[in-house]
Design a protein around this ligand. Structure first.
Ligand code: NAD
Ligand code: MG
Length: 387
């Protein structure tokens, strides 16, 4: 069998490094064509020396000379900047692009890959949140698969294998994050280091904060709406603290299919990389006897209002999810720098969503403008709050 030629966008992140661990265990299956990082030059260089891609992209141009210098003894092309991310995503002779950049920055490279007719394994959920209509339209037009990496969406994707429709609804499971059961009187004092302690998953900082505020589940509802072509009322969220049922599909005959396993992103990453094949792994196995009790709770929408804001954006459609996402990215960034408090993140998003004009059928340029507009308004709100 020919090796699958892959490009990993965001190889220095949590998903990216785990993807390379998967690749390292099955070198006979994959050939790494390109790796991209942002400012972790040291790790990017180490990855390039191990996997010997044709091209390496340093997103943050200020790290270019450092990376180029350290790779000059190898036949690796080193590029810098955002345009280069799109260039490697759209390179010919690539079978699969793993989109593991965080945030809006991942959108254009994903579109570039799809327009080239290359399959995409998608971890970068913000891409679908911002412009799900354009992304899905490109995938359909080019007839290329968009394979989910997010554990919940991989679960649903796996449950749907071999089915011909007949979906009544889906249930996205949520761990509840580190503050499950807490109320606003507690959350008002939460600081970044506490919010970064996730009970079940070790992930990048942005998604870890999103998990603590439940915004992550809100983004995932919007992600699911596009991936599986669902109406908002077909998407339910249930808190399942053990994170072993990764999500559930309920069919029109009342039958439920769930996908389970230990909380280990390498499983959905490997499935996305090897799809449509399922390949053996040595990842740790789930044992029912270690989990005598699985629990299911309603999300606390009074306390975790980000989930309500995301549901509003999902129902409204148009540029609302794009605005929600931009305001959230800015709010999370400010919280991580101790500029605003935990609950103030929600206030920023709510204010920005009320201010940015609604657009029903945005173009890519409209999404860009809404993103910029929302970020500018969010930054103003953040400055006001941090003074
Ligand atoms: P991370 O912060 O650990 O890694 C992000 C990667 O993107 C890094 O390689 C970084 O260098 C690169 N990057 C950051 N900003 C960039 C920019 N402006 N331009 C180009 N590259 C940039 O994040 P992560 O946790 O690996 O998450 C990546 C994506 O996968 C996110 O969209 C997240 O929601 C999603 N996801 C992650 C997990 C997880 O377990 N970590 C699970 C499900 C979904
Ligand atoms: Mg998830």
């Amino acid at each position: 069998m020919d090796k699958k030629k892959i490009v990993i966008l965001g190889s220095t992140g949590s998903i990216g490094t785990q993807a390379l661990e998967v690749v390292a265990t099955r070198p006979e299956l994959f050939e790494v064509k390109a790796l991209t990082g942002w400012h972790n030059a040291r790790l990017l260089v180490a990855q390039a020396r191990q996997f010997l891609p044709q091209t390496v992209v340093v997103g943050d141009g200020s790290r270019y000379s450092e990376v180029a210098e350290q790779l000059k003894d190898l036949p690796i092309r080193v590029l810098a900047g955002e345009e280069a991310l799109c260039e490697v995503a759209a390179a010919a002779d690539v079978d699969l692009v793993l989109a593991a950049i965080v945030g809006f920055a991942g959108l254009r490279p994903v579109l570039a890959a799809l327009e080239q007719g290359t399959a995409v394994a998608l971890a970068n959920k913000e891409t679908l949140v911002v412009a799900g209509d354009l992304v899905m339209e490109a995938a359909r037009r080019k007839n290329v698969p968009l394979i989910p990496v997010d554990s919940e969406h991989s679960a649903i994707f796996q449950c749907l294998q071999g089915e011909k429709g007949g979906v009544e609804k889906i249930v996205l499971t949520a761990s509840g994050g580190p503050f499950f059961g807490r109320k606003t009187n507690f959350l008002v004092n939460v600081k970044r280091d506490h919010a970064l302690q996730h009970p079940n998953w070790s992930m990048g900082e942005k998604i870890t904060i999103d998990s603590a505020t439940l915004m992550n589940k809100g983004l995932e509802m919007i992600e699911a709406r596009w991936l599986f072509d669902l109406r908002p009322d077909q998407i339910e969220v249930v808190v399942h603290q053990q994170s072993v049922i990764h999500s559930v599909v309920q069919f029109v005959d009342g039958s439920l299919k769930a996908q389970m396993g230990l909380p280990d992103m390498k499983v959905p990453i490997q499935f996305a990389l090897t799809y449509p094949d399922r390949v053996a792994s040595a990842f740790p196995r789930f044992n029912f006897k270690d989990y005598p009790k699985l629990t299911f709770d309603r999300p606390d929408l009074k306390t975790f209002r980000n989930l309500v804001l995301a549901t509003d954006a999902l129902e409204k459609g148009g540029n609302s999810p794009c605005v929600l996402n931009a305001a959230n990215e800015e709010a999370v960034h400010a919280f991580l720098r101790n500029k605003i408090g935990f609950l103030e993140m929600t206030e920023v998003i709510e204010e920005v969503m009320a201010e940015v004009p609604f657009l029903d059928h945005p173009t890519l340029e409209d999404y860009d403008a809404s993103d910029r507009n929302a970020r500018a308004l969010a930054q103003k709100a953040i400055v006001r709050k941090s003074n």
